[in-house]
Design a protein. Structure first.
Length: 267
């Protein structure tokens, strides 16, 4: 760790915020890395991000890239959004099941993925990998293969009946679907991918893009080889999330009520 001793205030914030206690006070009172950091550091960036005077830089190590203050986007206290606005935004998220036929601009989809990169993950492993359909034809083919899976396994006859009648209850006619996969032998791949997809869904909502979890496709993709082959999912990877994406056909004008939270307090 490089410490700019001319500006470091010895406040201890980097030491206290390190998830694995890899930072200690040196004899001179300035922070330093423990030897274990070379194998244990997960490059979360807490130490660099929390320093109030930009005194720390984390060098590149076998398991981490270099982290420099100038590489980190500033986040001043004044940048915080109003809590009431944030809460209304979160409450107003809807699962969108009717879409316009217009495709999303690719740069917008890439932007949503870039936001999703900042979702939390176990040990900062960031295992989520993305597969995005760019054409309605490919998206519809995935829905068709999902119906095939249902027919072969004699499940969801109502969904199959709707498909045969020209009504897509699988991907709802969405122009795109985003699939999130990760190595199955990771620490928490299902949770990590689900969080990444949730970040994408909220980012989509902020940009006026509709999203909905594609549960039928997720279930079929895990066990139906033709879907995995079409997606090109690597061997040893599981599919842990899938989102329909597209511009909403309708605008929701009200926020429905929800049941009260069930809480048990422990003292």
């Amino acid at each position: 760790m490089f410490v700019n001793t001319e500006v470091c205030k010895k406040c201890g914030s980097c030491r206290d915020e390190c998830p694995f206690d890899l930072i200690v006070d040196g004899r001179d009172g300035f922070p330093k890395l423990r030897p274990a950091a070379r194998k244990t550091c997960i490059a979360c960036g807490h130490c660099v991000a929390v320093c109030p005077v930009q005194a720390l830089s984390l060098p590149e190590m076998p398991v981490t890239p270099a982290l420099l203050p100038d590489d980190c986007e500033p986040w001043p206290a004044s940048a915080r959004i109003d809590p009431d606005e944030a809460e209304r935004f979160l409450r107003s998220r809807r699962s969108i099941r009717t879409y316009k036929s217009d495709p999303l601009p690719q740069d917008m989809v890439e932007h949503l993925i870039n936001v999703a990169r900042f979702a939390p993950s176990a040990h900062n492993g960031q295992p989520a990998r993305w597969i995005i359909t760019r054409s309605r034809e490919t998206t519809r083919r995935l829905a068709e293969l999902t119906v095939e899976f249902m027919a072969l396994n004699n499940v969801f006859p109502g969904v199959i009946k709707n498909w045969n009648a020209g009504r897509d209850k699988i991907l709802r006619g969405a122009p795109h679907v985003a699939i999130v996969h990760a190595p199955e032998d990771g620490l928490n791949p299902a949770e990590d991918c689900s969080l990444a997809a949730a970040y994408m869904e909220l980012a989509a909502h902020a940009h006026g893009v509709g999203a909905c979890w594609a549960g039928f496709l997720m279930e079929a993709a895990e066990g139906y080889t033709p879907i995995r082959e079409l997606l090109g999912v690597p061997e040893g990877h599981g599919i842990y999330a899938a989102l329909m994406l597209g511009f909403p056909k309708f605008r929701y004008r009200r926020i429905p009520r929800r049941r009260p939270a069930e809480i048990r307090w422990l003292d």
